[in-house]
Design a protein around this ligand. Sequence first.
Ligand code: DX5
Ligand code: ZN
Length: 222
Amino acid sequence: MARPLIIAPSILAADFARLGDEVRAIDAAGADWIHIDVMDGHFVPNISFGTPIMQSIRGVTRKPFDVHLMIAPVDPYLESFARAGADVITVHAEAGPHLDRSLQAIRAMGKKAGVSLNPATPASVLGHVLDRLDLILVMSVNPGFGGQAFIPAMLDKISELREMTRGRNIDIEVDGGIGAENAGEIVRAGANALVAGSSIFKTQDYAAAIKSIRMAATGVAV
Ligand code: DX5
Ligand code: ZN
């Protein structure tokens, strides 16, 4: 059975001076999840925000918080992100010495566990942790910044992961450079969750932007 399509706007591209209103606006515009990019200036060459900011917007929406941790080491911070209201917690495959343990820790707190793969990281790193996974986040840009161009070579990795996870309850999410122009091919390759920052927040009409991505992804008017 096909998995439901998820559109997850990334608040990294939002106007931080009006963050609460921006989150309310994408909620009302039809976002399925809120994608939250946490960067530490060490694992990736940029710093975004941490739990206080995340907690400050937890009260403005009931939509799931899809928390993408671009931090290393990640283990010491898992509990604080769980407490601050994360629903899905995604760590990078390289963010600690014991990926299996990190995933167990996330699930032990009752959260969904995800692993993100950098563009150069092979799908095969997940071969022995599939039982511990709820989500795989395929980076289609090098993490650190919004507004970069989608790397087409990731389409093959998405297909490979869809095969690897066949019959399992695992979402395949793709992150970076996504808009209505490429959502169709990304979903056809096997993804069911799409992160989009610039292509939603840099427009005037968030509902129209989400709708056009959804239409491109499903091939049907929504
Ligand atoms: C990149 C982040 C992405 C990014 C997506 O490190 O993980 O979520 O904000 O932004 P766009 O859609 O602008 O590429
Ligand atoms: Zn992200």
